[in-house]
Design a protein. Structure first.
Length: 149
């Protein structure tokens, strides 16, 4: 039973980390990302930027989220599967959809603007789990440029 309890704890902790990351993006608040990434973490969007190290990842998001957009976005992480891979290691996969609309403009579609597959790797440092790798492989949606709309 202790092994099952540990597995459930790891799955919950890693899933919560993914949700906290999405929440920080949705709220447009880089300070909510503090402590989510391990010092040697890698953040990558396939076909886009690759960032190495927690400092570089945080600098990127502080810059990207510094100016509020007129639109509102929601990042939906679902079908999350977490696998314990070592004493202080885990990995996960998730489907990602992102919705964005501008409240000052008519809504012409409720289709997601981004659809993708996310792959995560985690490490446990002390009592906390952190991302060591985040890779987003986004499906292209015509007319949408991630980070611009």
């Amino acid at each position: 039973m202790q092994q099952l309890d540990e597995q459930i704890y790891i799955e919950r902790a890693c899933t919560d980390l993914i949700f906290r990351y999405g929440h920080a993006l949705d709220e447009w608040r880089s300070e909510l990302m503090e402590g989510l990434f391990a010092e040697d973490a890698v953040w990558e969007v396939v076909g886009g930027p690759t960032l190495a190290g927690a400092a570089a990842i945080m600098a990127f998001w502080k810059g990207a989220l510094a100016e509020k957009r007129p639109s509102i976005g929601r990042h939906i992480f679902n079908n999350i599967r977490v696998k314990h891979t070592g004493i202080h290691k885990a990995e996960a996969t998730s489907l990602v959809t992102m919705y964005r609309y501008n409240p000052s403009q008519p809504i012409v579609s409720l289709a997601p603007l981004l659809i993708g597959d996310a792959n995560f790797e985690f490490t446990r440092t002390g009592d906390h789990w952190r991302f060591t790798r985040y890779v987003l492989n986004a499906v292209s949606v015509e007319g949408y440029v991630h980070g611009k709309n």
